[in-house]
Every structure is written in C-alpha cells, then in structure tokens.
Design a protein around this ligand. Structure first.
Ligand code: BGC
Length: 348
C-alpha cells in the first residue's frame, strides 16, 4: 500500500511511498483511509521540528486527524464493515501514571504517552490502517467527509471543559468570550461557544477570505488587529494561535477573574520582565492561565455528539481544500484562504 511517511527530526524527508500493510498487532479492526486532516503539528513534523518514529524504526507514517471506513471489524468488536470511524490519537503510557491508569491519557504526567502520527505510533496517512476497537470512534454516517473534523473538535471539547472547570472556583457569570485565531480550532471553539448565552468575539490577522463570514454566520463578531485595541475586557479567552505577542496581549487584556485557555503550540521567548508583569496582572485580577492538550475518550464521545448536531453547511465551509495523497506537499503549504486542508484517500 501507499503511505505518507517522514523521518522525524530530519527536514525534507517526507515521501509518498510504498509501505508495508499494517501489522495485525496494530489492532484487530482493519480500516480503509477516507481522509486525513492536515494541521500545524504535521507541518512541524515535516519541517523536522517535532515527532518521533516508532521504537526501532526510522520512519513514521504521518497524520492524526483521521476518517476511515471499516473493511474488516475483526472478532470481538461492535463495528461493521462499512462503518465510518475515526481513530483516537493518544495511547496511555505503559507505566502507567495515575492519570493514564484511569483513562485520562490527555493528562499524562510522565510524558511517556504515545500519539498516532506524532509520537512513536504510525499515523493515519496510509491507504489502510488498523486499530484496537477501543481506540475507534464511530462517526454519524450522515456527516460523511465532515467526520474528519472530529479530532480538532475533541481538542476544543477538552479545552472548553477545562475553562468550565476552572470557572467553578468562584461565583462566575461569563458574558464575553474572545477566541484568538480563526483556524479550525478557533472556529470550532466559536461554534461551540455561540450555542451558549455568551457574546462571542473572534480575532484573526486576515481581513478577507472565508473566515470573517464563517464567524458572522455564527452570530459572533470578527476582529482584526491587536487584542489590546478591543473595546472590552473578555471574561474568557480561548487562545488558538500560539503566537507569543497574542498570548502576552491576551494576559494583559483579560478581565478580572478571567480565564485564558492556551491551545496553540508556538515557539519564541518572552523576557523575564514581561513574564513578571504578566504574573502581577494575573495575581491582581485572580486570573487563570490554563493549558490544554489532546483529549480523552469522554471528550471524543462528546465531540462526536456535538459534531453530529452541528450545521453541516457551516462545517463543510471549514474544509477549504482537498488534495490527493500524492500531492501531500501541496497540502502542507499554507495558502491565504485555507481553513482546513484535507488529504483525501477515497470517497466518504
Ligand atoms: C494534536 C493532539 C496532540 C498534540 C501534541 C496536536 O496537534 O491534535 O492530539 O496531543 O498535537 O502532540
């Protein structure tokens, strides 16, 4: 079969190549790939900045935002041939740490977790892949290709759960929420938040393309420019850019008793002085900065329900480009109007 593979930590090594069929020990359910979403993490891996091959191997099959169709459900599974499924990304560490022991692998404390297509387990950018049934989520068949948005939806489901949990520390009546970054994660956050009794604001760099209209279609307000220039102090900020200056501005701008949830993974330092100023602002306003990564089965389950209930027409506008596997390099190059680019292996 064919797969998109990379030698992690070596830039320029990604290839669409012949690759052995998935091994039976990778799981009893055999799945045919339908599509795989591309995200910033994939770009980082291909640029040689992130990622780990499976132990004893040099190459890693890329891809963690999957959608597939069951070919062979194997023994002991409730799946049927033809079911649309998505594979869970993270596996608990083998020790296991207390969090992994109770199924909260997203909160792994010893860093020995593994992740498909990212850390030590092959991903989903291959014509066929296998999974143990407990790491597969059945997708509402009426979603079709939109099921490929489930993984990013799980990331935001966990992040918003974290915000709600932190909010319970005091009497809390949030009114305004700012989402920084109108990529897939930011837009899915805005979608979920717009269903609550909240004024939702989304800030992004771009002034044209599909993002402003996608935000307005949710009844939310679209902003460009600096967080510091906004005419209000948000009660909650969901930070989806990972950009140092946006994070620093968000910490300064958030209202008293506010919560900033960081979901973006960026790079770049902040000086010690700025850090102390930000800390002082957080102390004086009782603010919380909470980081959130990945998702456990509870979030996958909820995200599946939420995605199935979402407006299909709006969701379909998030998928702005579909590329063939052999054109994966093109899929990885960011174009101005991209929201979610997917690599399509077969029809949904
Ligand atoms: C993925 C998460 C993963 C994280 C860190 C993100 O792009 O969506 O599942 O935990 O990268 O590797």
């Amino acid at each position: 079969m064919k797969a998109i593979t990379v030698e992690p930590k070596k830039p320029g090594t990604a290839r669409f190549e012949d690759f052995p069929e998935p091994e039976a020990r990778e799981g009893s359910v055999l799945v045919e790939a339908v599509a795989v979403g591309v995200c910033g993490t994939d770009v980082e891996i291909v640029e040689g900045k992130y990622g780990w091959a499976p132990p004893g191997k040099t190459r890693l099959v890329l891809g963690h935002e999957s959608l597939g169709r069951v070919i062979d459900p194997g023994p002991n599974s409730s799946f049927k041939a033809g079911d649309l499924v998505v594979g869970i990304v993270r596996r608990p560490d083998p020790v296991p740490c207390p969090n992994c022991a109770v199924g909260e692998w997203d909160m792994c404390t010893n860093g020995q977790y593994t992740e498909r297509g990212i850390k030590e387990i092959h991903g989903f950018m291959s014509e066929r892949w296998r999974s143990a049934p407990e790491y597969l989520i059945k997708v509402d068949p009426s979603l079709g290709i939109l099921g490929v948005l489930l993984e990013p939806m799980t990331v935001i489901t966990k992040a918003l759960e974290q915000v709600l949990l932190v909010g319970q520390r005091s009497f809390w009546e949030p009114k305004t929420v700012l989402v920084t970054g109108a990529g897939p994660i930011g837009l899915l956050a805005a979608l979920r938040l717009s269903l609550r009794d909240l004024q939702v604001h989304v800030l992004d760099r771009v002034e044209t393309g599909p993002k402003p209209e996608l935000v307005r279609a949710l009844g939310a307000t679209y902003h460009t420019g600096s967080v510091l220039d906004l005419g209000f102090e948000p009660d909650v900020i969901v930070e989806c850019t990972g950009v140092g200056s946006v994070i620093a501005d968000s910490i300064q701008k958030v209202g008293a008793g506010g919560i900033i949830c960081l979901t973006g993974i960026g790079a770049g330092g902040v000086t010690g002085r700025a850090t102390a100023d930000m800390a002082a602002a957080a102390v004086l306003k009782n603010n919380v900065i909470v980081g959130s990564v990945n998702a456990n089965k509870r979030h996958w389950y909820r995200a599946g329900e939420n995605l199935a209930r979402s407006d299909r027409e709006w969701l379909s506008r998030l998928i702005t480009r579909r590329e063939k596997p052999e054109n994966f390099q093109h899929a990885l190059e960011r174009q101005p109007d991209d929201v979610k680019v997917i690599i399509q292996f077969s029809e949904a």
